[in-house]
Write a protein that binds this ligand. Structure first.
Ligand code: FAD
Length: 405
């Protein structure tokens, strides 16, 4: 009997693979092994509507749990894979069970970076945000008037700040770099979100280094900054980025470099093993990148199912991303890596605007704030490989739709 396709990690990429595999009528059996107790779910609401209590847990799941068994997919949730034996083509789980595979998919995601224990990273009241369990642990602490300290001014920290303000917490946010979102966005986008958060009463401290967290009997009570200032805090959320879950791949000798290295069909250095989502590292326009986004996880999972069904497809999807903070929706199309020029275009509605990124005369990305039309047209223009001039983009008299043709 043919061994099944085994998927390690039951998240966004795994669910996308499984859906496409079933839709294509591929008859090879599927075995899905995930270390969280739940079936695959969407993480974006964890720092948005699930965190604020506006979305029920059931709404997080990508497919209802029974869908997997209805499709003949064998699942082991709450089960961790600890080793891959490539010679025998099998994986081993924590409880010593082994499962043979015909093809193996690594969809293991990424893990949030933690603050070192030496500066208080292990204290009670210090959280990171990746899983349903993290939100459930933190939720009782989100009470009006409590003081939340957020370490890190990336998307997760900023989204959590917005939720916390909405729930009536006092929020201070520390960013070590010169500006929030420095790693991912232009200064103009950082300015937009700094103003937005300051307008909602968040105390944003940029170019600010944390010296260490302060404790009382093992519970965090505040933080000391590098300049000696002390800040009180009842709880701390650490949002300082994530690292790929590539240990399994490294241990069994697959090529890894900031993630599991894959080619344009998401195949690793072992032709029987594929990787998708946050844990994968691939070439885009000759540059080695790793993306942490729903788009990348879903599209890579989908592509692997097509590849295994015999389709001749290559991964070159246009990246897109979004973030919700207060009443602002940020939508991003493309990747701004290597940009040389920025063009700002006011939106058609009050408060809306878009930032367009050029690498010399090539349009490579757009950040649209409360401007869905700019996002939709930007995505279309970039996907089509069109390069309108910066003057055309800046001129609100020019209809974006006319540039997308
Ligand atoms: P995951 O969905 O993380 O799934 C990986 C799974 O594998 C996890 O359950 C993990 O526990 C499990 N696993 C790991 N190792 C093993 C093992 N050895 N054995 C068994 N199981 C294992 N993206 C956007 O595009 N827009 C957003 O607004 C957005 N917001 C986000 C907000 C938050 C709070 C977070 C955490 C992420 C957000 N993202 C957002 C990113 C997006 O959710 C991820 O990029 C996406 O979930 C990645 O999918 P994945 O399948 O690679 O990994």
């Amino acid at each position: 009997m043919q061994e099944p396709i085994v998927i390690v990690g039951a998240g966004q990429a795994a669910a996308s693979f499984a859906s496409r595999h079933i839709a294509l009528g591929n008859r090879t059996g599927l075995l899905l092994i995930g270390d969280e107790p739940e079936p695959p779910y969407q993480r974006p609401p964890l720092s948005k509507k699930y965190m604020s209590g506006e979305l029920e847990k059931e709404r997080l799941f990508i497919r209802p749990e029974q869908w997997y068994s209805e499709q003949g997919i064998t699942t082991f949730f709450g089960t961790r894979v600890v080793a891959i034996e490539r010679n025998r083509k099998q994986v081993e789980t924590t409880n010593g069970d082994t499962f043979g595979y015909d093809r193996l998919l690594l969809c293991t995601g990424s893990s949030p970076r933690k603050l070192p224990a030496a500066i208080g990273g292990d204290l009670a009241g210090v959280y990171t945000l990746r899983n349903i369990a993290d939100v459930e642990a933190m939720a009782p602490e989100f009470q009006p008037g409590r003081k939340l300290l957020i370490v890190g001014g990336g998307y997760i920290g900023l989204e959590a700040a917005a939720v916390a303000r909405k729930l009536g917490l006092e929020v201070t946010l520390l960013e070590m770099a010169e500006r929030i979102l420095q790693r991912v966005a232009a200064p103009e986008t950082s300015d937009f979100f700094r103003n937005l958060h300051q307008g909602h009463g968040v105390d944003i401290r940029e170019s600010t280094q944390l010296a260490g967290l302060l404790e009382d009997s093992g519970q965090v009570v505040g933080a000391e900054l590098a300049d000696g200032e002390q800040i009180q805090a009842d709880l701390v959320l650490v949002g300082i980025g994530a690292t790929p879950n590539s240990e399994l791949a490294e241990k069994c000798g697959l090529d890894c470099n900031n993630g599991i290295v894959v080619n344009d069909i998401c195949q690793t250095s072992d032709p029987n093993i594929y990787a998708a989502g946050d844990c994968s590292n691939f070439l885009r326009n000759g540059q080695s990148i790793r993306l942490e986004s729903v788009q990348n996880a879903a599209d890579q999972g989908d592509l692997i199912a097509r590849v295994l069904a015999g389709e001749d497809v290559r991964y070159n999807a246009l990246p897109w991303f979004w973030s919700d903070q207060y009443d602002c929706k940020l939508q991003i199309a493309g990747l701004n890596i290597g940009y040389t020029e920025i063009v700002l275009r006011p939106g058609t509605k009050p408060g809306g605007q878009s930032i367009w990124y050029y690498a010399k005369d090539r349009l490579i990305a757009v950040d649209a704030m409360n401007d869905p039309l700019a996002y939709a047209m930007g995505r279309k223009i970039i996907s089509a490989g069109l390069h309108p001039s910066p003057q055309q983009i800046a001129d609100t008299g020019v209809d974006l739709k006319s540039l997308a043709k």
